[in-house]
Design a protein around this ligand. Structure first.
Ligand code: NAP
Length: 314
């Protein structure tokens, strides 16, 4: 899997196809999609366009998608995967991930797609509706997708160490990937070490930290890592931007990164991190910023946005 991927969360539908083509032109060969991002149709249009223009072939690109929470029941996993494949206009996914260790009641595709978090958004007090589906049943259905050739690799997102230990007791197909929030304010050293111990690779989402969460009201301006002193000092020393330093830090500690941007100039900026190296001192100073600050925390946003308290890390 190419170490630097292109994140697709929050790219508006109207911009997604052109962003994907632009990202391919900029050099991205790895796309991080999900049913929940509500832009897989447009991602598929962009990928198809790039392929028919001869910019890339299917073999050149790595496409990840994610199983949404309402499709955890084993009888719905293949349906969800096939829907993502149809929307993306692909015959197989390179990687399919369980998006959250949270099972919600099924919502038929004809009723609403993507179903998002609320069971019935039109209810007087809309809430999430947890479903009783053990994760091992979902995993077995994910394994069946590999057996059927619909996906090449499977993995998980937002699992902690305890869930990984448990997963490894029953996985017949080893999870290839753990995708987690990771940046200098949330370094996740123990979880990354735990995953590696099992031979599971790690992808860092939200590698720029707070940047993604300002627009959602989930972070304060003062929490920007772009203005953290060790990041700015390293940027100055290497003639790079603070964003490039953050992304380089992520790659240098051995995680894949999947930065999102809607801006073509930033697509190039975020890829141009192979021509410098942070020293051990710089790496340590940036890592020392850790404060276990999680921006994407269901224990907070499920209650704030969906009237349902559903913590998973605490
Ligand atoms: P991110 O990539 O760390 O940050 C994106 C934000 O930073 C956007 O507001 C973007 O604004 C800005 N930005 C991008 N490049 C920049 C640069 N060079 N300088 C300054 N600002 C820059 O955050 P993310 O989108 O949350 O995470 C990346 C991807 O991870 C997502 O798109 C998604 O694919 C995946 N993800 C997965 C999960 C999961 O549960 N598995 C959760 C969250 C995210 P502009 O667009 O205006 O440039």
């Amino acid at each position: 899997m190419p170490l630097i991927g292109f994140g697709l969360w929050k790219i508006p539908q109207s911009e997604t196809a052109s962003s994907v083509v632009e990202a391919v032109r900029a050099g991205y060969r790895h796309f991080d999609s999900a049913a929940d991002y509500a832009n897989e149709v447009q991602t598929g249009e962009g990928l198809t366009h790039a392929m028919s223009d001869g910019l890339v072939s299917r073999d050149d690109v790595w496409v990840t998608s994610k199983l949404w929470n309402t499709f955890h029941a084993p009888e719905h996993v293949e349906e969800a995967c096939r829907k993502s494949l149809a929307d993306l206009q692909l015959e197989y996914l390179d990687l399919y991930l369980i998006h959250f260790p949270i099972a919600l009641e099924y919502v038929p595709i004809e009723t609403r797609y993507p179903p998002e978090w609320l069971h019935d958004p039109d209810a007087e007090t809309p809430v999430m509706k947890p479903a009783q589906v053990p994760l091992h049943e979902t995993w077995a259905a994910m394994e069946a997708l590999v057996d059927k050739g619909l996906v090449k690799n499977i993995g998980v997102c937002n699992y902690n160490s305890a869930l990984l230990h448990d997963l490894m007791t029953y996985a017949k197909i080893r999870p290839a990937m753990l995708q987690i929030e990771a940046h200098p304010y949330l370094t996740q050293d123990k979880l990354i070490r735990c995953a590696r111990g099992y031979g599971i690779d790690v992808t860092a989402f939200s590698p720029l930290g707070a940047q993604s969460y300002f627009e959602l009201g989930m972070a304060d301006e003062g929490e920007s890592l772009l203005k953290a002193a060790p990041v700015m000092v390293a940027a100055e020393a290497h003639g790079k931007t603070p964003a490039q330093v953050l992304l380089r830090w992520g790659v240098q500690r051995g995680t894949a990164i999947i930065p999102k941007t809607s801006k073509p100039e930033r697509m190039r900026e975020n890829l141009a991190i192979e021509d410098f190296e942070l020293s051990q001192v710089e790496m340590a100073a940036i890592s020392a910023l850790n404060q276990n600050r999680r921006f994407n925390d269901p224990g907070v946003f499920t209650e704030a946005a969906f009237n349902t308290f559903h913590p998973i890390y605490d």
